[in-house]
Ligand binder design. Structure first.
Ligand code: MF3
Ligand code: CO
Ligand code: CO
Length: 256
């Protein structure tokens, strides 16, 4: 297996898939509030993806995952399964959306606050967003995957937080997860060199405490071992001739 370099036609389809994934996160914001269950959030996203976007929610039945989005609350790191849990004031929740349109995937996640966040939560969420942006800003032809991982890890550890190692970003296209693996830690100059037409995600998971994680008995939900808060943001990125394009960019975001 090897890294698939997208053709101009495939890049156009990735742009569409990325935009749709981003629009799900924009749509769901107003529904994330105290008293709502993660199942309700899932169902609103599912309905929007299937009926409004006429797209496919990629997580549903992916390796047996039972819902259409992932919702990970507080010390949950990733892959939380939507269910009966009621969001309450002070919670923070990551909603991770992946859609398939015209055979191509767009994958993006964002942190939402329920009511008023603690100072700790705000610091972690802000720092994690910055870590993702620092990784993205490295992207251009000729740099290596290790350069991206190193930039993220250096920034996070300088701020006394830790990078989760068990889960990483990934190539994306016709497949949800394809080569290469995009580690959020590493050494400069190590690993695959980037070339125009590559598409992959950058999605650092950052813990306020130690980096170690545990899998819950549901076999999906990943939590921090020390129960410290964990945050994550994710974008799908295209390597261009002179840098990058954020395929899942939302209107409030801008680069350069
Ligand atoms: N969206 C996640 C990612 O960023 C993967 C979720 S897999 C699922 O790669 F099965 F849990 F949906
Ligand atoms: Co992803
Ligand atoms: Co994702």
């Amino acid at each position: 297996m090897s890294i698939h370099i997208k053709t101009a036609d495939e890049i156009e389809k990735m742009r569409t898939a990325g935009r749709l994934a981003s629009e799900v996160l924009q749509m769901i914001g107003e529904h994330v509030k105290a008293g709502v269950t993660t199942q309700e959030i899932n169902d609103i996203c599912h309905d929007f993806i299937v009926n409004t976007q006429q797209a496919i929610p990629a997580p549903l039945n992916y390796k047996g995952f039972p819902r259409s989005v992932c919702t990970s609350i507080n010390h949950q790191v990733c892959h939380g399964i939507p269910g009966d849990r009621v969001l309450k004031d002070g919670d923070m929740v990551n909603i991770d959306v992946t859609i398939i349109k015209d055979e191509f995937h767009g994958d993006t996640s964002k942190m939402f606050y329920v009511g008023k966040p603690s100072v700790k939560a705000q610091r972690l969420v802000g720092l994690t967003y910055e870590a993702m942006c620092i990784g993205i800003s490295e992207v251009k032809p000729g740099i290596t995957l290790g350069d991206i991982g190193n930039a993220i890890q250096t920034f996070v550890e300088k701020n006394k937080c830790s990078v989760v190692r068990e889960y990483c970003g990934h190539g994306i296209g016709r497949n949800f997860h394809e080569e290469p693996q995009v580690l959020h830690y590493g050494k400069p100059g190590v690993g695959e060199k980037l070339v125009p037409g590559m598409t992959f995600t950058i999605e650092p998971m950052v813990n306020a405490g130690k980096r170690h994680v545990r899998l819950l008995p549901d076999q999906w939900t990943v939590v921090t071992k020390d129960h410290s808060l964990s945050a994550q943001w994710e974008h799908t990125i295209l390597v261009t001739d002179d840098g990058f394009e954020v395929l899942t960019r939302r209107p409030e975001e801008s680069w350069d």
